[in-house]
Ligand binder design. Structure first.
Ligand SMILES: Cc1cc2nc3c(=O)[nH]c(=O)nc-3n(C[C@H](O)[C@H](O)[C@H](O)COP(=O)(O)O)c2cc1C
Length: 159
């Protein structure tokens, strides 16, 4: 069955950048995320095992979830198809990014919003590590978010 016809790929997903930093090392990857609870500010991400993102989250105990905006389709493909262990993606793709405070993960300019999270819990499943993060700080940058659905990018529109 083609992926476009497989309902498994129909689930609309948020498009986020998981940005990480620890002891002078940094990385950024494209992922999806969901919120776990509306009562408490908890979010869930799933990160493939053995990637630099997983290592930096485990070592630092934190990650920044950046909600990708409409204008960041190309960036989502670039950092979503290259390995952080091979080169610094911020240099390789000349990502214009800001660092809220020294030691923090970088936030690409032009994003929709970001949430700085501390790891509340994590669990390994075959091939992936699931991280639940508690949002410690967040910022809305007022841009439209990107959505991933059936192998393509979309934007929200009112119904
Ligand atoms: C739209 C999109 C969504 C993705 N979602 C995830 C995800 O949820 N988890 C994951 O491990 N990889 C996901 N990826 C793939 C990673 O971004 C990719 O493997 C990346 O190279 C990992 O970066 P790293 O090696 O620097 O950690 C996604 C890629 C795209 C384009």
């Amino acid at each position: 069955m083609e992926r476009a016809n497989d309902v498994f790929y129909w689930l609309p997903c948020t498009v986020v950048f998981v940005s990480t930093a620890h002891n002078g090392q940094r990385d950024i990857m494209t992922a999806t995320a969901m919120f776990v609870s509306e009562k408490e500010p908890l979010v869930l991400i799933s990160v493939a095992s053995g990637r630099l993102t997983e290592e930096l989250i485990e070592r630092s105990g934190r990650f920044t979830l950046v909600i990708a905006a409409k204008g960041q389709r190309q960036l989502a493909m670039q950092v979503g198809s290259s390995k952080g262990g091979e080169a610094d993606k911020f240099e390789r793709f000349a990502i214009d990014a800001v660092q809220p405070s020294p030691g923090d993960a970088m936030i690409p300019r032009g994003a929709a919003a970001w949430m700085a999270c501390t790891v509340e819990s994590s669990r390994e499943i075959p091939g992936y590590r699931l991280f639940i993060g508690r949002v410690a700080e967040s910022r809305d940058m007022g841009r439209e978010p990107l959505i991933w659905h059936r192998d393509a990018f979309f934007c929200l529109s009112p119904v």
